[in-house]
Ligand binder design. Sequence first.
Ligand code: FEO
Length: 394
Amino acid sequence: MQIRPLRPGIEIISSIHWERRLFDALIPLPEGTSYNAYLVKGSAGTALLDSTDPVFAKDFLEVIKDVDTIDYIVSHHTEQDHSGTLPDLLQRYPNAKLLCSKKAEELLLSHLPIAAERIRVVADGETVSLGDKTLQFLYTPWVHWPETMSTYVPEQKCLFSCDLFGSHLATSDLFVTDPALVLEGAKRYYAEIMMPFRPQVGKNLAKLAEYPCNLICPSHGPVYNDPALIVDAYQKWISPRLKNEVVLPYISMHGSTLLMVNRLTDALVRLGVTVHPFDLSVTDIGKLATTLVDAATIIVGTPTVHVGPHPAVIYAATLAGMLRPKLKYAGVMASYGWSSKAIEQVAGAIANLKPEIVGTVQCKGLPTAATMAEIDALAAAVHKAHAADPNVLA
Ligand code: FEO
């Protein structure tokens, strides 16, 4: 870990978590992640923006040991991967004021051992002068907690956006050098953290568009010296436009469901619909979440275990419901031995998405010719729904 310059008077301290492989004990991190803090040094003051995950606290305190004075510590977001080292920093810098949004004050006091008198709430739009640099605080709520805030430095057209625009990518590069890799990590991050708040993300993008920007400094992943890369990607992800794609999570225990999945996949491909099958016994649930960002349809395939769907299928369906993707169509395929309520239970797990159910197929034991015909009809119904929907890209 080290302090590295980004622009005159703006420095980054990135805690690169190369080996982390799971975020929130939920989403796999094939490329690791990072937690970025920033120093803004003006002619009349210095501010530290965010801190780091507690696992890096010792390294962080070591790396800033030569920074004699910090006047302000800004907390954009209370989640501990950014705030977890604030108590140590407030101890190290006893004269520093902790600046945060009104909502963050309450959250910081309930999450961390911080004395209330150290906190100074800043209003939306308020500015704090550091001499030749200004910190302007912009409330950006629900990206992805209610208290989230960004900071804009107008002199250098630089936005510190915290989680918003972040990417799960451990890299020693300061700036984006591999746009495709960064966008993959950013989309994985968006899918888990931001997608449930798509309308609020849109409002914040509109608000931030008022602030011209040539550098976006997120709290995860590399810095964007071409902000349009990530802003345009976010605009696409939150737009109502859908891809002509089906996400097909499934489990197969004895092969019947797999036969159904293969038949549906072939039928959809023949109709020109892109399919993403995910065998949930081996799949990266983060990749599944990422694919849900754009797809128009989800079809779930499950065997029956004790009358209900396989637990891994219920998990995936529940996750899909929780992440609130913009998909509009759904279907369920289930196989069973002697009795099943699997279709109703899977449909119930995604009911909050209010999808149009384009079809369901159920088979006892091995799929028959009649089952395959039903699956072909399901594929045709998906194709028809996509073709008739002006929001589905051809
Ligand atoms: Fe990166 Fe919501 O914490």
